[in-house]
Every structure is written in C-alpha cells, then in structure tokens.
Design a protein around this ligand. Structure first.
Ligand SMILES: Cc1cc2nc3c(=O)[nH]c(=O)nc-3n(C[C@H](O)[C@H](O)[C@H](O)COP(=O)(O)O)c2cc1C
Length: 206
C-alpha cells in the first residue's frame, strides 16, 4: 500500500512540504509507504484544452517526469495534495498541475483515498482547500476527513511547525487516510466495486 504526496510549492523545504510530511509521517506510522514529490518548481504551463488526452490517454504537454508521475499516482492507493495559497487560491503552478493531471488521468484516480492540504500565512485557506477537493470529488475519489479542515498557517519556511493545532489536524488526516486505505484493501475482492455509471453531459439545464 502506498500514498503519493504532491507538494505544489516552489519551495522544497517550505511550509507545504512540512505540513505534508506531518501527514505522511502519520500514514507511515500506520504501516503504509509514502513518497513526497515536489512539482511546484516544475515549469508547468496550464491545460491547453486541446483534448489530445482523450485520444492518446495522456497529457500532450507532459514530459517523461509528468507521465511517470501520472503512472505512479495511478498505481498508488492514496493521493495527498498540498498547495500553498497565493491570492486566496491554489498557487498557479499547482493549479496547472492539477488541471492537467486530473483532465488527462483523473479516471485512473477513481476510488483512491484522497487528502487535500492548504498552507498559507493568513487568509484564503478554506477557498483553496475546497478548490483542491473539487478535483478529488469529481474523480470519485474518497476524500479522507480530519478533525478540522486541513489548513495550516505559516509564512517563513518551517513556521508552520509552530501551528500546533494545524499539526494535529494533519495527524488526524494521516490517520484517517491510512484507515480508509486499509478498509478498502480489506474489502477488495469481497465487496463489489460499483462500476462507472452513465454520465450524461447536458452542459446546462434544458
Ligand atoms: C505570490 C504569493 C501570494 C500569496 N498569497 C497569499 C494569500 O492570499 N493568503 C495568505 O494567507 N498567504 C499568501 N501567501 C503566503 C504563502 O501562502 C505562505 O508563505 C506559505 O507558507 C507558502 O508555502 P511554502 O513555504 O510551502 O511555499 C502568498 C505568497 C506568495 C509568494
């Protein structure tokens, strides 16, 4: 069992990395392997809406690192996403990553356990947390809960470690992600997984 954690910050050792590490430490304590991958420093451009991924099954813009990560994520049992908050929203590099990852590969993330973490100095956390969860819910991922919304505060690198409540919230997310992953693993082959149901696109209410 494995969880891939995505750090959407351009800072390798910043607050997002620290908050995600707190979650992954808890997941590992529960006996599940984790891997933290930083994408926030990649020169990512946004989705071009070219639609090529629907034909070739992968993002036309992606390089080997992007495609390799999509395969790793598709093989994992759980996915954890961490974004720094920029202008009360997902930082743009991470937004580009999320748009392209989920548009091209989201169908392969179905029924995985997911978690979202927003990291910020002061304001915009709940909006960013909700934005991250939108990718998970539309992909039929199982969003793991915590004891509060998974948002942690800090500005200077590492300052998030002074947010004691934030760290407890990360611990609870890690514990719940691990629990859900184990439950799904226990049920595999015993409880029938619901198939992908009919999905009609009406674009607007007629
Ligand atoms: C361009 C930019 C915009 C930011 N906008 C916000 C914001 O809207 N709200 C906020 O609370 N913090 C904001 N911040 C602060 C970061 O969210 C904060 O420093 C966070 O800890 C960065 O995470 P990192 O260390 O993982 O990069 C902004 C930072 C930058 C560079």
């Amino acid at each position: 069992m494995k969880v891939i954690a995505i750090n959407g910050s351009p800072h390798k050792s910043g607050n997002t990395a620290a908050a995600l590490t707190r979650v992954t430490q808890r997941i590992e304590k529960e006996g599940i392997e984790t891997k933290l991958v930083q994408v926030g420093h990649w020169p990512l451009r946004g989705c071009m809406a070219c639609g090529a991924c629907k034909k070739i099954g992968r993002c036309a813009l992606g390089d080997d690192a992007f495609h390799g990560l999509m395969d790793e994520m598709a093989a994992a049992d759980g996915l954890l996403f961490g974004a720094p908050v920029y202008y009360a929203s997902i930082a743009s590099g991470m937004k580009a990553f999320m748009d392209r990852a989920f548009y091209s590969t989201g169908a392969r993330f179905r029924h995985k356990v997911g978690g979202s973490v927003a990291v910020l100095r002061r304001s915009g956390g709940i909006a960013t947390f909700n934005q991250l969860n939108n990718y998970l819910s539309i992909s039929e991922m199982f969003i793991a809960p915590s004891q509060y919304w998974t948002i942690a505060h800090g500005a200077a690198p590492g300052e998030v470690l002074e947010d004691g409540e934030g760290l407890e919230i990360m611990d609870a997310l890690g514990a719940n992600m691990a629990y859900l992953i184990k439950l799904i693993e226990l049920g595999r082959g015993k409880i029938e997984e619901p198939p992908v149901l009919k999905k009609t696109r009406t674009n607007f209410i007629r």
